[in-house]
Design a protein around this ligand. Structure first.
Ligand SMILES: Cc1cc2nc3c(=O)[nH]c(=O)nc-3n(C[C@H](O)[C@H](O)[C@H](O)COP(=O)(O)OP(=O)(O)OC[C@H]3O[C@@H](n4cnc5c(N)ncnc54)[C@H](O)[C@@H]3O)c2cc1C
Length: 371
């Protein structure tokens, strides 16, 4: 791309901080940097026309973990680690809300539910028997009982007669969230360039040279917030994990409100605009879903439709209106990777399936690596 003198002077000279990726982490990092260094020249480079990873594709669950997930985490992490993971999610959600305002993200407190399939006696019994213990374990964070039991009030089929209810789980409008973040960043003078894919970078005389598909320039500091695509630029243990979703057309007399986790969270659904948004099924083909390709598979989409028909909406007729996928960044540990990689290069990646909850904090933590 042949840049003019004016373009070079306005966009690519004296760049202080360049952020790769305009998902929740990249945008939150940019906003935090602008708060800390109001005069800084901040540039975000994004490969998609819109943010093109997970932040504008997700289900909008503002959650901190279901009972079965916390029990599972306690088998692989210490109690202190698990409490810290939960705290980080709760703090992250508070930060998201205070940064953007509840109205701007359509924050709704319907609560969250964990459902158990009819055959899953072991998991169900284990969750019921350990519920009081986990409530006591989480008391220091929430001050109140977190998990309670409710009857099958939404009349789902093929599930156990009680759900586990989480009063503190909320939902947001994902599109509004990312729109508000973009709007806020632009209003503070942060520059965002779309359709620019960073291909490589190298450190040179205390600056970083950045090579993209369209141009090259140099920046004082480079911050990488590319999550599921991280291994294309840096060597950190992050794997892509595609997640597929579908949404119905509006359904008359739909009285389902809340966020729902089924089968250890491998499936999740919620109400939105009189529709049901339903995703999951990665466990049907973990290897096949370890990809950065945005597409859907028959195996997963057909399974989603079948469960929708037989379990979630057995008494409603419905049609599917849209299907899509997004790319998450996962690893064999739950903690995100937020670190300095070299003199002037930093990263905040590997948010797993919890980026709505922790993305604002991870973005802020990434900015705090710069003194
Ligand atoms: C279907 C789905 C449902 C989910 N549901 C939930 C949920 O309900 N609750 C929850 O908490 N979390 C959920 N998540 C996870 C959450 O969305 C992610 O953890 C979070 O969005 C990650 O944010 P991020 O900014 O780190 O990454 P991303 O949003 O993926 O942003 C990274 C950006 O970097 C850009 N990029 C990558 N490489 C380059 C490059 N070389 N040059 C320029 N730009 C580049 C990408 O285009 C992308 O826009 C879900 C994810 C998916 C996919």
């Amino acid at each position: 791309m042949n840049l003019s003198y004016w373009e070079i002077k306005s966009w690519f000279s004296h760049v202080d901080y360049t952020i790769v990726g305009s998902g929740i982490v990249g945008l939150s990092c940019a906003l935090s940097l602008k708060d800390r260094f109001p005069k800084a020249n901040i540039l975000i480079l994004e490969k998609g026309i819109l943010p093109q990873g997970a932040s504008s594709k997700n289900a909008g669950f503002a959650c901190f973990g279901s009972l079965s997930e916390i029990l599972d985490d306690l088998t692989t992490h210490t109690e202190e680690e698990v409490i810290n993971i939960v705290k980080k999610r709760v703090e992250g959600l508070q930060l998201l809300r205070s940064n953007l305002g509840d109205k701007n993200i359509n924050y709704l407190q319907y609560g969250g539910y964990e459902l158990f399939s009819k055959e899953d006696d072991m998991l169900y019994e284990s969750c019921l028997s350990k519920r009081a213990q986990i409530n006591a374990f989480l008391k220091p964070v929430f001050k109140e009982e977190v998990f309670s039991l409710v009857e099958n009030k939404f009349h789902f089929k093929n599930i156990k007669e009680y759900y586990i209810f989480k009063q503190f789980e909320e939902q947001i409008d994902t599109g509004k969230m990312i729109e508000s973040l973009l709007h806020k960043a632009l209003s503070k003078g942060i520059k965002i360039l779309n359709n620019v894919q960073v291909k490589s970078y190298e450190e040179n005389n205390n600056r970083v040279n950045v090579n993209s598909n369209l141009f090259e320039f140099s920046t004082s500091k480079l911050l990488i917030a590319t999550n599921g695509f991280a291994s294309q630029l840096i060597e950190e243990p992050v794997k892509p994990a595609r997640a597929q979703v579908l949404i119905t057309k509006p359904i008359e007399n739909l009285h389902i409100n809340g966020t729902f986790h089924l089968d250890k969270g491998y499936y999740y659904f919620r109400n939105i605009d009189n529709r049901i948004l339903f995703g999951g099924g990665r466990n049907l083909d973990f290897k096949g879903e370890e990809t950065t390709e945005f597409s859907q598979t028959e195996l997963i989409q057909n399974t989603l439709e079948r469960i929708l028909k037989t379990t979630i909406l057995p008494n409603h007729s419905f049609e599917i209106e849209y299907r899509w996928s997004g790319i998450m960044g996962v690893g064999n540990q739950k903690q995100a990777i937020v670190k300095q990689l070299s003199n002037n290069v930093y990263c905040g990646v590997r948010l797993g399936g919890m980026g709505v909850a922790i993305g604002s904090t991870i973005g802020k933590d990434l900015s705090l690596l710069i003194s």
